[in-house]
Design a protein around this ligand. Structure first.
Ligand SMILES: [Zn+2]
Length: 334
């Protein structure tokens, strides 16, 4: 069974298909690793069924090659040995789909830009060009930086959060008050005694204090874990006021929960920093499991005071990704 099917099987076990509170899904990819999509109209319909009011929409910055030597067409980056490479057209796919929607539907979405090589110091030129071409982008991301097998499979040097090629992009984000969502593993799959890549994260957060960083899956990934994970996240949130985290993808089952129940240590941290946590599905291109993927957080929502549940379910992501557009719209009406 492929890894993507394994995750779907887990999601199939979730009994509910609707979020208990109105949610902003802060982490969803319009396309899969072949850059195919069911389209934004299908996503919007699924969002309404699942009680998801708003979504932050990413493309995927890489595409999986179907190599001549591979007998079967791959659909996921782990499906076979062939590499992935950077694919700027992902942003055009997002833009094409977004522009097909009514303005009411567009208001439910915050598209972000990601289709560049994050180790290329010229990447900023592409970012500036695309923001001029389509002024609707609300952020940068999800950038796929330290990402275990995906990093190993992606052509070129390993991407990392403190790479000099990203410096200009972090400044660009700070100047325009745009959040940047990044996947950066806290450690490697083999070294669990210390957080092998955490210094890279600390360096970027410290060097760019005016840039808002959203750390996808709290820096967790498949086979990336640590016995003191929750304590590390707490320490990072204390030390870096520009750091936010999302609880998307497999981190929820593999780190936050024990069985199906959220662990007390995580509940405590969420209560301590309620404005810094957000929820996301991390689906890629196919949305039939959207309801169950967001409904899996219902047990977390039930364990938190309503005020905090509302913050992590929707208000925090709205504040970061949707508030600015609202004020711009207000200005244009004046
Ligand atoms: Zn993702």
């Amino acid at each position: 069974m492929s890894f993507s099917h394994h995750f779907r099987k887990k999601i199939d076990q979730v009994p509910e298909e609707t979020a208990q509170l109105p949610v902003t899904d802060m982490h969803i990819h319009l396309v899969d690793f072949s850059q195919n999509t069911e389209g934004l109209q299908v996503l919007i319909d699924r969002m309404k069924q699942a009680n998801i009011e708003k979504s932050v929409i990413f493309g995927l910055p890489v595409i999986k090659k179907w190599a001549e030597s591979e007998p079967e067409r791959p659909s996921y980056y782990l499906d076979d040995d062939s590499p992935c490479y950077y694919f700027a057209s992902t942003d055009e796919i997002v833009a094409d789909e977004y522009l097909k929607l009514s303005s009411e539907e567009q208001n439910m979405l915050a598209p972000t830009l990601c289709g560049f090589n994050p180790t290329d110091r010229l990447a900023i030129d592409y970012v500036e060009y695309m923001f001029k071409k389509y002024p609707f982008w609300r952020g940068i991301g999800e950038l796929l930086l330290r990402h275990d097998d995906l990093t190993a499979l992606t052509e070129g040097e390993p991407a990392r959060v403190n790479h000099p090629a990203l410096h200009d992009i972090y400044v660009f984000c700070a100047e325009r008050d745009l959040p940047g969502c990044i996947h950066q593993n806290s450690t490697s799959v083999g070294h669990h005694d210390r957080f092998e890549y955490l210094h890279e994260m600390k360096e970027a957060l410290g060097k760019f204090p005016q840039t808002t960083f959203i750390w996808a899956h709290c820096g967790c990934s498949r086979r990336v874990s640590h016995k003191n994970y929750a304590a590390m996240i707490r320490e990072m949130l204390i030390s870096h006021r520009n750091l936010y985290v999302d609880l998307s993808w497999i981190i929820y089952e593999e780190a936050i929960c024990s069985g199906l129940e959220p662990k007390p240590a995580w509940i405590k941290i969420i209560k301590e920093f309620p404005e810094r946590f957000m929820l996301g599905t991390d689906l890629c291109g196919h949305f039939d499991h959207l309801g169950r993927t967001i409904a899996r957080y219902n047990n977390l929502i039930n364990l938190l005071p309503l005020r905090i549940s509302e913050m992590i379910a929707g208000k925090n992501a709205e504040e970061l990704y949707f508030r600015r557009e609202t004020s711009k719209e207000q200005q244009s009406r004046q």
